[in-house]
Design a protein around this ligand. Structure first.
Ligand code: RM4
Ligand code: MN
Length: 385
């Protein structure tokens, strides 16, 4: 039990700056009172999530949503609040020029513009001390024949290689795949295999990021995780949950059993080892629920799934598997999944000087009332679509 607690104590889950701003669907963005007006206030909210969970010390930024004049100053602000800047997420999907794609656009001038943005993001990494660039491309086509599928792969490879060459010694990039949306016929990075092939060709500083909401229904995500870990190509997770498409709901809300199965493969494959380099990030939007509690709940959901994964009796499982004991092996996994780990996590928090129940402690803290009263006027941050 102490080993498990020690492993949970070093857990680190990165929260996304955009989770604290207003968000919505393509039908409506719902504004909430007290929402941050700028990246500084987003970091202040993220610091609350870390303060109550002890597990969320890094915050991802999204450029241009988090554009500021002085990134060094923003990084210092983060440190003052007890958090650090995590991954820099590039955005080449919200400009009229990108109607037919960004780095895979048939027009070389648009490709240049997109590449320049990606390189600018590496400059921002230099200034913030961030070591990770996250790349997701909305590029693709809507109609058969619209563009040359193969040529678009060539253009993608060219851009990725230029970014790769620009990375500093301790910097790397994550390539994110998604099977559809906003493109509906072809997507240029639709699946883990495409991301993996591009990353493999480039080298160790290019890794695949698995966004759990970016798969077709029924996809066995834990298999993808096991495979990528075995190949040393799993760079990170963007955690969220989905019922239908890319729903960006709270991780562990739709299918906690799937999250457990994923975390089991992470632990099994060494992805939870201190030197694994795998980053655990949230990529979520809280459209109808309050945002800071939404993030706290999500961090707790990942903690619970991780605790259960760590509880799996590896020796008993290996013995049952070797003996061909199908039901016995399955029972070992289910025993761990069906264990209530919440008391252990509450105890661990107490040992760390935290409240046993982070949700209740945040509600009691008065922070929500404070930001509602203070953040009046100005322009609320949102995802800018
Ligand atoms: C994309 C992708 C990226 C995220 C944006 C907001 O679908 O998941 O990771 O940065 O959405
Ligand atoms: Mn994502």
């Amino acid at each position: 039990m102490n080993d498990i607690k020690a492993a949970l104590r070093r857990q680190s889950i990165e929260t996304p700056s955009w989770a604290y701003g207003n968000s919505g669907t393509r039908f409506k963005v719902f504004a909430q009172e007290g929402v941050p007006r700028d990246p500084y206030e987003k970091l202040a909210d993220a610091a609350q999530v870390h303060a109550f969970t002890g597990t969320a010390p890094r915050v991802s930024l999204h450029i241009p949503w988090d554009k500021v004049d002085d990134y060094g100053d923003l990084a210092r602000h983060a440190t003052d609040l007890g958090v650090r800047i995590g991954a820099i997420n590039a955005n080449v999907f919200q400009d009229d020029d990108y109607r037919l794609g960004s780095v895979t656009n048939p027009d070389p001038a648009v490709r240049r513009k997109a590449l320049d943005h990606l390189l600018e993001c590496v400059d921002i990494m230099d200034h913030t001390g961030s070591d990770t660039l996250k790349l997701w491309f909305s590029d693709g086509t809507n109609y058969p024949g619209q563009d040359d599928i193969r040529a678009r792969q060539d253009r993608l490879a060219e851009a990725l290689s230029a970014v790769y060459d620009r990375l500093g010694g301790d910097q790397s990039f994550l390539l994110e795949y998604k099977f559809f949306e906003p493109a509906f016929y072809t997507t240029d990075v639709p699946d883990w295999g495409t991301a993996y092939a591009h990353c493999l060709r480039l080298g160790p500083k290019a890794q695949v990021v698995v966004d759990t909401g970016h798969h077709a229904p029924g996809t066995n995500i834990e298999f993808i995780v096991a495979f990528l870990l075995r190949e040393g190509k799993l760079g990170a997770f963007d955690f969220n949950s989905r019922f239908y498409a890319d729903d960006d709901l709270m991780v562990g809300a739709a299918d906690p059993f799937q999250l457990f199965r994923i975390m089991y493969e992470v632990v099994r494959g060494g992805g939870y080892d201190p030197d694994s380099g795998v980053a655990f990030m949230l990529d979520q939007c809280h459209n109808i629920e309050p945002k800071i509690p939404g993030q706290i709940r999500s961090v707790m959901n990942v903690q619970e799934a991780t605790a259960k994964a760590l509880l799996v009796d590896g020796d008993a499982l290996a013995a049952a598997q070797a003996a061909g004991d199908v039901l016995g092996a399955n029972a070992v996994l289910m025993d761990a999944y069906n264990t209530d780990v919440r008391p252990m996590l509450a105890e661990l928090r107490e040992e760390q000087g935290l409240a046993r129940d982070p949700m209740a402690a945040y509600a009691r803290s008065g922070y929500a009332e404070k930001i509602r009263a203070e953040r009046v006027g100005g322009r609320q941050a949102g995802w800018g679509a």
